[in-house]
Design a protein around this ligand. Structure first.
Ligand SMILES: C[S@@+](CC[C@H](N)C(=O)[O-])C[C@H]1O[C@@H](n2cnc3c(N)ncnc32)[C@H](O)[C@@H]1O
Length: 454
């Protein structure tokens, strides 16, 4: 049997959903035993050291490279091998796009026998420094970075390749501040210490930056000095977020503004958005514009249409649909602050045919009944866990002609599509978008049309 520390010669033939290299190993005892190898890519031939075994598969690391794939490139990051932030930094970008398309195929295959071949993934306009938001944990050494893969071990690196180039100076300045003021980093194992994370968000088109210190108490020592320092570094808004919970939740409920504007302002697809720190905002702004334009064009909106935008966040898709000429747009989203932003964003842009409701998507029927807006088109953009059966049922009861399904998880999207198909919806294209270059994540857009009469 395969054991920990065994060294095996393997050829990587595939990648897993999590972006690990996949090899199949056979000998006298096992056949096609699956081994997931960190930092390995298809066509690598390696000597692999087994680091963990399970009943039907094992994990390994590269012990020695025998011949590297032709798609390998030099890795420009010193922490790549340990960090959980990205998985494809060692791969030619064209190859990454094809691997993501293949990941979509694999996900859909697990849920349905036949489906349209996904179109080539739309490349991201930027593949470095594209992230407009990071939340960096502070290590016990007082250095910012990211978590190691599948763990909460800190990997110190305040100059990540994916983050906006401006972020490093805020991270460095805060490290110095923490050191000068003898502020203790938060220790996850004991739940003691003060400074947990630094959250940074940038509005790419205006350059405005929101900084937020996540701390294990109500107040940060020398708070106004911290505000001065961040303002001097260029911040537009400085917040304190109090998170005294144990466990993995990054942000607490309370954001307290200590300097500057409440919300930063960005422009996407020629629409201005004010963004609260608690609201969701796509992390790759330029690619988000491509995604939104595509989704709204699929909806093919006309002046008779009522559009329901479920999981609408601050109204990014709703307002674009409203501007595209819909008679009326109704947005539903669970975070109250995001809905306040959406309403304000409609006002700022002089858009009068969009209204917003703070509610769980599962409550869609109640909201639609209340506002009398039976939709012709429903646009959904749920979180990774997908729509869930209650929301699928609610949409089916509304029986819209079209459903535009935007997803950041093709696995749950495929599952929901199977449920919607049972209500008489079909689809004939899958368009992947690379929203998260260098990571294993992929976004997909599918248009479903009602083929059965109401
Ligand atoms: C992937 S984001 C999409 C947001 C928006 N469409 C955009 O592009 O900015 C998913 C959104 O769903 C919201 N959400 C999560 N669970 C929800 C639920 N049960 N009901 C309604 N909204 C929910 C999140 O707060 C988040 O804003």
């Amino acid at each position: 049997m395969i054991k920990k520390n065994d060294i095996l010669k393997l050829e990587i033939t595939d990648v897993s959903f999590a972006g690990l290299g996949v090899a199949r190993y056979s000998d006298d005892e096992v056949e096609n035993f699956i081994i997931f190898v960190h930092n390995a890519i298809p066509q690598d031939v390696i000597m692999c050291r087994i680091v963990k075994t399970e009943k039907t598969f094992a994990y390994g690391i590269i012990d020695k490279m025998i011949s590297g794939s032709k798609n390998r490139i030099n890795v420009p990051c010193k922490t790549f091998e340990k960090c959980g932030g990205c998985v494809y930094l060692n791969m030619d970008y064209k190859n990454e796009l094809e691997i993501k398309r293949q990941a979509v195929i694999n996900a859909f295959k697990r849920h349905m026998k036949s489906f349209p071949d996904p179109l080539p993934a739309v490349p991201s306009p930027e593949i470095e420094n594209y992230r407009n938001k990071v939340v960096c944990p502070l290590s016990m050494n007082g250095k910012f970075g990211f978590y190691a893969r599948a763990s909460h071990r800190n990997i110190e690196n305040n100059a990540c390749f994916l983050q906006d180039a401006d972020f490093e100076k805020y991270l460095t300045a805060t490290e110095q501040y923490v050191k000068d003021k003898n502020i203790t980093p938060y220790d996850e194992t004991s739940g003691t210490g003060l400074f947990r994370q630094l959250y940074l968000r940038k509005a790419k088109s205006t350059g405005e930056i929101c900084v937020c210190a996540v701390i294990n108490e109500k107040k940060l020592p020398y708070e106004s000095e911290f505000a001065d320092l961040m303002e001097k570094t260029g911040a537009t808004s400085v917040y304190i977020n109090e998170n005294t919970t144990r466990g993995n939740t990054v942000l607490g409920r309370n954001f307290r503004l200590i300097r500057g504007k409440e919300r930063i302002t960005d422009t996407l697809c020629d629409i201005e958005y004010e963004i609260s720190p608690r609201a969701f905002y796509q992390i790759n702004s330029r690619q988000a514009e491509n995604l939104y334009k595509y989704a709204v064009s699929l909806a093919d909106i006309n002046e008779k249409d009522t559009v329901l935008d479920l999981f609408c966040g601050i109204g990014t898709i709703s307002l674009l649909a409203a501007k595209a000429g819909a008679k009326r747009v109704v947005g539903i989203e669970i975070i109250e602050e995001a809905i306040q932003d959406a309403k304000r964003n409609a006002r700022i842009n002089g858009i009068e045919n969009a209204e917003f409701f703070a509610a769980d998507a599962a409550e869609t029927l109640k909201i639609v009944e209340k506002c009398g807006g039976t939709p012709d088109t429903v646009i959904v953009d749920p979180p990774r866990k997908g729509l869930g059966i209650e929301t699928v049922n609610a949409i089916a009861q509304l029986s819209p002609e079209k459903i535009v399904y935007i997803s950041c998880n093709p696995e749950t999207q495929a599952k929901d599509i199977v449920s919607l198909a049972e209500y008489g919806y079909s689809f004939n294209s899958i368009q992947p978008f690379d929203m998260f270059p260098r990571t294993q994540h992929v976004e997909t857009v599918v248009l479903m049309s009602r083929i059965k009469e109401k």
